[in-house]
Every structure is written in structure tokens, then in C-alpha cells.
Ligand binder design. Structure first.
Ligand code: GDP
Ligand code: MN
Length: 393
């Protein structure tokens, strides 16, 4: 689950990281009032930022500075409702504009291969890290945090020096360790600060002081760990989730869309993976991973079928059910109902074994379904059906 910048910043602040104050506005008037409060306390400019779950908002015109209350309102009017990479902007973040002296990149990601948190830093801030990795890979500094001890002080210092942050060592060390703490506190997959910026501010004695702050924040949480954290699920932005992901989640199905043409409906994650492997071995490409779970009733089966058929690339369907808690006859009834309602006619191969398989077989035969006894046979039939459909299309 991806968090909006404002929510990500809330989590960073909770871990003690330096983030300039902000407000969130849903209307231009709210943005105007937020800007007015900032101008009243003497800031020279405010920054208005589109809150959408994509990167590169700045380049797309979704990040703008305003020097007056009127300008803040006008910019917010322009940004709210704007389309950025297919996402409609429904809210903006309003903050005192930072006076940026330099921009850096710093992130923590879960490195699954190393089974550790990986810190990545670069002096090329404000630029997408994929671009830096492609064009100037040596500009990226990497350090793995210790699984138990976290990021050690010397590692954080090495990272900071290599990034050119030697002049802000204490802050840089604190922030790098803070990213690791944020990863652990919320079971995040990614915490990315781009830019991490040296900003100039007026100090208590009226002189200029420099400070290191997190100007942008991107956090991705592990969906499977949300149950361990109170209040994080509420941060999910319903607008931003792909419609098929939302439908699947609400129906209690595990659904991951892939690029192939053979829709797969299976119960159990392991069996779903095996089914995909066998489809591939038979020369086909699965269109999805779909686990309908244990004890799936017929309405769940119908919902799963709708999800599969919503993908225009699907031209054949393979149903593979191993009945334990799940009753084969229930699934068969669900398939028969689903086919009666479906808008698109796609060849389907069904293999149901285990609990009530005989009853399921009888129902499917009466309804003239194509069935298979073994998984190899089912995969081969599905691949043939997909090829035939592809050839005639
Ligand atoms: P992104 O484009 O979606 O990553 O949005 P960012 O929040 O990273 O903003 C993009 C760029 O806008 C940054 O790299 C900065 O150069 C600039 N920017 C963002 N906030 C401020 C600010 O407070 N003051 C100034 N002067 N520039 C800012
Ligand atoms: Mn950014």
C-alpha cells in the first residue's frame, strides 16, 4: 500500500525526523486559508503540492511556489482536479516554501535477497533514482543495516560522507537511522526521501542557518503486515487503488494481474503457483495469479470469474480446485452461475478433485463444461484453447 506524501510525513515525524510543517487542503479556499496562516507568521513563499500516488509531480506541474495568498489560491485551483499520470488530484499539501541550498536522495528499501534493509543515498537529489542508477550508478552509495542492531553509527557516517553531507553529519546520521526505524516501526517496504534537502532558515539570532530536512516522502507498506498496526489501513486512498485490486480485496480474493492470456482460478497459494508453472511448461502464459481461498462459496467463484474476464487479454480460463474445506460442487455451481451471467464467452477448462468431486463432475457434465482429470491435461487443454482463440482473433 502506497501512502500519500502527507501521510508518509506524519509517520516520519512520529519517528522524530525533521519535516517542515504542512497542511492538507481539499479545496482552493482551504489552501488559501492555510497559506494565509503561513504568510501571517512571516514566510516569504508557500509551496503547493499535488497529493497523488505517483512520482514526478514537479515535472508534471503539480508542485508550485506562491508568493501571495491570491497566488496560492489560484495555483491550488489549477492543481486541484489536474490529471497527473492518470491520477486526479483531489488534495494539495501546503507548506512554507523551503529555501533549498542543495538536494540529495536517501532511501531505505527491503532487500529481500540479502534479508536486510538497504540504505541508498546519492548527491543527485530531486532526480529519480532509476535515472541515476541507469546513467551514473557509481553516484549511488549503499549500506545494509544490521538485522538486529540496525544501521550502525559508522555506517551512517560513511553514507553521509560519501553523499557529500559531511557538513551536516549529525543530522544525516540521525535521518539515515530514522529511515531504518520507520521501516521497522510500520513494516514498510520502502521509505524514500527525495529530495532530502539542505535548507536555509532564519536562526533565533536573525542570522541564516542551514538545516537538513525531508522535503518529500514516499512510503510503501507491506499489505500483509497491516494487521499488526492500528490505524494504518485507514490511510489507504480508495481513489488510487486499481479497481480490480479493490474488488479482489473486498471479495477476500488474492488477485495479481499478469501479462498472459490464460486466466487462472485456483484455491490455495501453493496450488496457484504450481498451476501457473504448469501453464508455462505447457507453453502458455498465465494472465493472473488468483487464489479464491479455502471454503470459497459460489458467489466468491462468480466474483473471481468477473475479475478474470475483466482483462481483455484473457482468451482461455483454467480452473483448478483441490477440494478440502472448499466443496467441489459449490465451485461447480458458482462456475455454472458465473457462465450464465458472463458477458464474454471464453473457453474454460475445469479440474476439480477432492471433496465432492463426483458431484462437481456430474454438474459440470450436465452443463457441458470442458473438464480434465490431471493438472497436466488441464494445462495442455487451456493452452490449446488459448492458441486457437489467438489464431482466430
Ligand atoms: P516529486 O516531483 O513528485 O518528486 O515532488 P517533490 O516534492 O520532490 O518536488 C519536486 C521538486 O520541487 C523538488 O525536487 C524541489 O526542487 C522542488 N520543491 C519542492 N518543495 C520545495 C520547496 O519547498 N521550495 C522550493 N524552492 N522548491 C521545492
Ligand atoms: Mn520527490
Amino acid at each position: 500500500m502506497k501512502l500519500q506524501e502527507a501521510d508518509a510525513k506524519t509517520l516520519l515525524v512520529a519517528q522524530g525526523l525533521p519535516v517542515p510543517d504542512w497542511a492538507v487542503a481539499h479545496t482552493a479556499l482551504e489552501a488559501r486559508l492555510a497559506a494565509e496562516r503561513l504568510f501571517t507568521i512571516g514566510v516569504a513563499a508557500v509551496v503547493i503540492k499535488a497529493q497523488v500516488l505517483v512520482g514526478g509531480r514537479g515535472k508534471a506541474g503539480g508542485v508550485k511556489l506562491a508568493r501571495s495568498v491570491d497566488e496560492a489560491e489560484a495555483i491550488s485551483t489549477a492543481i486541484l482536479g489536474m490529471d497527473i499520470k492518470g491520477m486526479t488530484v483531489r488534495k494539495v499539501l501546503v507548506a512554507a516554501a523551503a529555501d533549498i541550498a542543495a538536494e540529495f536522495y536517501l532511501s531505505a528499501v527491503l532487500d529481500r535477497a540479502e534479508r536486510r534493509i538497504l540504505l541508498m543515498g546519492s548527491a543527485e537529489g530531486g532526480v529519480e533514482i532509476e535515472t541515476v542508477a541507469a546513467e551514473n550508478p557509481s553516484a549511488i552509495v549503499r549500506r545494509h543495516a544490521h538485522p538486529n542492531l540496525g544501521l550502525l553509527d559508522f555506517q551512517a557516517r560513511e553514507l553521509a560522507f560519501a553523499m557529500g553531507l559531511g557538513g551536516h553529519l549529525r543530522d544525516a546520521v540521525r535521518i539515515a537511522k530514522g529511515l531504518v526505524a520507520t521501516m521497522k516501526a510500520y513494516d514498510a517496504d520502502l521509505v524514500e526521501i527525495n529530495p532530502l534537502a539542505i535548507v536555509r532558515e532564519t536562526g533565533p539570532d536573525g542570522g541564516l542557518v542551514e538545516r537538513l530536512v525531508c522535503l518529500d516522502a514516499k512510503i510503501t507498506l507491506d499489505d500483509s503486515a497491516l494487521g499488526r498496526h492500528v490505524g494504518l489501513e485507514e490511510l489507504r486512498d480508495p481513489d488510487e487503488e486499481a479497481p480490480e485490486d479493490k474488488e479482489a480485496r473486498e471479495a477476500g480474493l488474492t488477485f495479481i494481474k499478469l501479462d498472459g492470456s490464460i486466466g487462472c482460478m485456483v484455491n490455495g497459494a501453493g496450488l496457484a503457483m504450481t498451476t501457473m508453472d504448469l501453464v508455462k511448461r505447457a507453453g502458455g502464459e498465465p494472465a493472473n495469479f488468483l487464489d479464491i481461498g479455502g471454503g470459497a462459496r459460489s458467489d466468491k467463484v462468480a466474483e473471481a470469474m468477473r475479475l478474470i474476464l475483466a482483462d481483455p487479454k484473457v482468451n482461455a480460463i483454467l480452473v483448478n480446485i483441490f477440494g478440502g474445506i472448499t466443496r467441489g460442487d459449490e465451485v461447480a455451481r458458482g462456475l455454472i452461475d458465473a457462465r450464465a451471467q458472463q458477458e464474454r464467452d471464453v473457453p474454460m477448462v475445469v479440474r476439480i478433485v477432492g471433496t465432492n468431486a463426483d458431484e462437481a463432475g456430474r454438474l459440470l457434465e450436465e452443463a457441458h463444461f470442458e473438464t480434465a482429470l490431471t493438472l497436466d491435461e488441464a494445462a495442455a487443454k487451456a493452452v490449446d484453447a488459448s492458441r486457437a482463440a489467438g489464431a482466430s482473433a
